[in-house]
Design a protein around this ligand. Structure first.
Ligand SMILES: Nc1ncnc2c1ncn2[C@@H]1O[C@H](COP(=O)(O)OP(=O)(O)OP(=O)(O)O)[C@@H](O)[C@H]1O
Length: 224
């Protein structure tokens, strides 16, 4: 009888949008992620939770491709596209843009920066504004909005990309209950159309049978 040790591991054929194997990441000399394994499936929700400084934002940046891995492997599905909704504090308050222009920028990844948007693009922008309840703010300068309104505009920009991988860094921070509900519903629709949604959150009250929860402690993924 062959030894069980001689059996090769069965190949994983489950579809993935992006996956990490033993990924490490640094900021200058500082280790922010250590040995992280993760598989993000299409049409799924992943919550990244952990204390301040545990590596949540770094993990999202690695998944988005904006922060290089320093060890391990990142693999993305062929044809995947990414939208990344960064923390509001990372966006200049005084950008000379209206809300509609901000959300329209979500189409640049598809159309090219400063290109004229098509009728379909404009319909997607309208839909994104409406789904976040900010259609009436479309002509207002972004810098004149309240923090929660601005946050909704940034989420709407991410929705407008219609990406296969939607990353959001604490999207519901500082928004009221009604807006949180709108964001949750919009993310459910993204998942229903097949997108992989990954959000960093401090809200650890995740439903037990709902999303995949990735808990980080000091840059390491710990299993619950
Ligand atoms: N630009 C940077 N330069 C140096 N170190 C950094 C930089 N950005 C993050 N770090 C460090 O990397 C580690 C992970 O930071 P990260 O921002 O990913 O954590 P986080 O879990 O998102 O935190 P928070 O909940 O406060 O947003 C922290 O120790 C932080 O000090």
């Amino acid at each position: 009888m062959p030894s069980p040790l001689a059996q090769p591991a069965p190949p994983t054929t489950a579809p993935f949008e992006v996956r990490l194997a033993a990924v490490g990441a640094h900021h200058d000399g500082h280790v922010a992620l250590r040995d992280v394994d993760l598989r993000v499936a299409p049409g799924s929700m992943t919550l990244v939770v952990g204390a301040n400084g545990s590596g949540k934002s770094t993990l999202l940046s690695v998944l988005s491709g904006t922060h290089a891995v320093s060890s391990g492997v990142l693999e993305r599905a062929p044809g995947s596209s990414v939208a990344f909704v960064v923390q509001r504090s990372a966006v200049a308050d005084r950008l000379p843009l209206t809300v509609r222009e901000t959300v329209s920028m979500g189409r640049w990844g598809v159309r090219g920066a400063f290109r004229r948007l098509t009728r379909d693009d404009r319909a997607i922008v309208d839909e994104s504004l409406e789904s976040l309840g900010i259609a009436d703010l479309a002509k207002r300068p972004l810098g004149e909005l309240s923090g929660g309104q601005r946050q909704r505009a940034l989420v709407a920009q991410g929705l407008a990309r219609r990406a296969t991988l939607l990353l959001l860094d604490e999207p519901t921070a500082g928004v009221d209950r009604a807006a949180q509900r709108l964001i949750d519903l919009a993310l459910e629709r993204e998942i229903a159309r097949g997108a992989a949604v990954v959000q960093a959150t401090h809200d650890t009250a995740a439903p037990p049978h709902g999303p995949l929860v990735v808990r980080l402690v000091d840059g390491r993924r710990v299993r619950d």
